[in-house]
Design a protein around this ligand. Structure first.
Ligand code: HEC
Ligand SMILES: [Cu+2]
Length: 332
């Protein structure tokens, strides 16, 4: 909104205007009433001061009208803050479906990013402008937190589960991000830069950096090496274990007749703690892989399971994927 206003960080995402508006509204209400009440206090102190030592004030009777008024007005104001704040909160914490996904692993004291096309980065994240980005985040040790002030987003990264946050950058540039949860000695150094690039520039960056397997491909290799394929079939078609084809995003019926949605958290739990939720029609024979895979490998397995769901393409970008073997096209 106002990058010239010294207390406001630069504003560079589609959400930042909304966050600032709520913030200004709350600040405005606070300043208005603080001023009003202070002035009224000063006015009353002078106006109703004791004028002689024998003065006895007139007794005050209750006033229903007055009491209703001073209950209803604050209620309306408080609810307006709540409703507006909740609206912005939901917009921030519900990642849109068509977002480009980036896997994030925090550990003392660095951030590792992996793009769904395979590129890895440490303490730096390159993304295209004008594209919705969803960060799927895990922690290797303690609680961390990804905070990008210019995008007005901040979310904890908690060991043992996935959390996510999303944003769409509105202008190219370099934006500082921080770990915003005290996580030990080098916490203050645990940050870096989000580099927002023009789409064409980003494509060039991507093709200049392909050196790793995509998370889904790496996940497929682990699926074979860890022996998942022996129960779930080489291509996830099923066998002793349920078919994983089309699993992600679907509703799974469990042996207690409950239904759960197969999201990242469910797949994660299925691998680390298979006994927690048993799929209807199957026995509890799947071993736990706790301790055999780290967070990065787990994210790769999840990415592979995701890629088996054709109903939901793994990374629906607005542009065709960049082919690693093709030289980037002439500068645009
Ligand atoms: C010994 C056979 C076996 C092995 C090995 C095995 N699984 Fe399973 N898996 C099962 C069975 C049986 C179930 C269904 C019962 C349950 O929910 O625990 C299952 C359930 C799952 C589910 C939930 C499926 C659904 O339809 O909801 C996922 C995801 C999964 N496994 C992934 C994996 C991955 C990834 C690996 C390798 C790291 C693996 N499994 C290794 C047998 C196996
Ligand atoms: Cu940290």
């Amino acid at each position: 909104m106002q990058s010239s206003f010294p207390f406001i960080p630069e504003s560079a995402s589609t959400l930042s205007g909304d966050v600032d508006a709520v913030y200004f509204y709350i600040s405005g209400v606070t300043v208005f009433f603080t001023t009003l009440i202070s002035l009224v206090v000063i006015f009353f102190v002078i106006r109703y001061r004791r004028r002689n030592p024998f003065e006895i004030p007139r007794p005050i009777e209750g006033s229903t009208k007055l009491e209703t008024l001073w209950s209803v007005i604050p209620l309306v104001i408080a609810m307006s803050i709540f409703v507006w704040g909740a609206k912005v909160y939901f917009a921030e914490y519900r990642p849109p479906k068509n977002a480009l996904e980036v896997y994030v692993v925090g550990k003392q004291w660095m951030w590792k990013f992996q793009h769904s096309t395979g590129q890895r980065e440490i303490n730096e994240l390159h993304i295209p402008v004008g594209q919705k980005i969803k960060l799927i985040m895990a922690s290797e040790d303690v609680i961390h937190d990804v905070f990008v002030p210019a995008f007005r987003i901040k979310a904890d990264v908690v060991p043992g589960k996935y959390t996510s946050e999303w944003f769409e950058a509105t202008k190219p540039g370099r934006y500082h991000f921080f770990c915003a949860e005290y996580c030990g000695m080098n916490h203050s150094g645990m940050g870096g830069w989000v580099v927002v690039m023009e789409p064409a520039e980003f494509e060039n960056w991507l093709s200049g950096n392909v050196s790793q397997l995509s998370p889904a491909t790496a996940g497929r290799q682990m699926f074979e090496s860890l022996g998942c394929a022996s129960c779930h079939g080489a291509n996830g078609e099923g066998g002793r274990g349920p078919a994983l084809l089309g699993l992600f995003g679907s509703n799974v019926v469990l042996n207690n007749n409950q239904t759960v949605r197969a999201d990242e958290g469910y797949v994660r739990e299925s691998i680390l703690n298979p006994q927690a939720k048993i799929v209807s029609g199957f026995g509890p024979i799947m071993p736990s892989f706790q301790g055999q895979v780290n967070e990065e490998q787990l994210l790769q397995l999840v990415a592979f399971v995701k890629s088996l769901s054709t109903t939901k393409p793994e990374t629906p970008t607005t542009k065709p994927p960049v082919n690693a073997n093709v030289k980037p096209s002439a500068p645009h």
